[in-house]
Design a protein around this ligand. Structure first.
Ligand code: PEP
Length: 255
């Protein structure tokens, strides 16, 4: 089954709501409407920008979507600082990033918590972008495939086969994030192919053929074509390069 490529721009902790509006406008108007028939483009701003982005996207009927950078595993209540899936759904979020390596390291998130967040997103009709990837020492030890497949298995634990088929997976080697050191296309294909095989194990043939597996880690307009040209790579999760309208729009157009 043909999978529609997805390019997701993870803004991390950058840009206030006014800067967000300016960037989304520039990206949307840099890409022709027919582009969006072939590629899904989403931006993932900080929580504080989401209402402004929603107003802009709805008001101007923009064809790109948006998502959030995290979601609480809890439904509601006494969880200071957390944001629920229901709140994100009300804001029109299509996606939520879960298990990003920066949250795994900064906030000590483990696979069980990522699995609970994945389930929370799905319960509210939001597509989780489930991030996995190995640190440098694991890559150097040559155990990156097993490490990453284990992370995916843990991060999808408890989901039904139908739910597994509804996620997006992002392979993001930690040593490539924000470093300018991009994985080779062959490296990306090796792990993304193994992740797809794991998806078949976890969710059956439907999951293997429908789930989009993205690559993330220092993707730019210069390297995106080769990376997304790999058989099992269905798009990119982009950090730094998603903060510059021209660069991000160029990257999308190439992808
Ligand atoms: C990311 O934060 O998910 C990411 C891939 O960042 P960068 O593109 O800057 O490496």
């Amino acid at each position: 089954m043909a999978r529609t490529p997805l390019i997701a721009g993870n803004w991390k902790m950058n840009l206030n709501h006014l800067e967000a509006i300016a960037l989304v406008q520039k990206i949307a108007f840099s890409l022709p409407a027919k582009y969006f028939e072939k590629v899904d483009v989403t931006v993932v701003p900080p929580f504080t920008d989401l209402r402004s982005v929603q107003t802009l996207v709805d008001g101007d009927k923009l064809l790109l979507t948006y998502g959030a950078q995290d979601v609480s595993p809890h439904v509601s209540g006494a969880h200071t600082g957390d944001i629920s899936g229901a709140m994100l759904a009300k804001l029109g979020c299509s996606y939520v990033v879960v298990g990003h390596s920066e949250r795994r390291s900064d906030h000590h998130e483990d696979d069980a918590l990522v699995a609970a967040k994945t389930a929370a997103a799905l319960a509210h009709g939001i597509t989780p972008i489930v991030c996995v990837g190995e640190p440098l020492e694991v890559r150097e030890a040559g155990t990156h495939v097993a490490h990453t497949v284990d992370q995916l298995t843990g991060s999808l634990a408890g989901l039904t086969a139908v739910q597994v088929a509804q996620v997006v997976v992002a392979y993001e080697p930690v040593w490539a994030i924000g470093t300018g050191r991009v994985a080779t296309p062959a490296d990306a294909q090796e792990v993304c192919g193994a992740l797809r095989a794991a998806l078949v194990e976890l969710g059956g043939a439907a999951a293997g053929s429908t789930v989009r597996v993205l690559y993330g880690g220092s993707v730019s307009s210069k390297n995106v074509a080769e990376i997304v040209g790999q058989t099992d790579v269905d798009g990119a999760l982009v950090g730094g390069a998603s903060l510059k309208a021209d660069e991000f729009a160029t990257l999308c157009a190439i992808a």
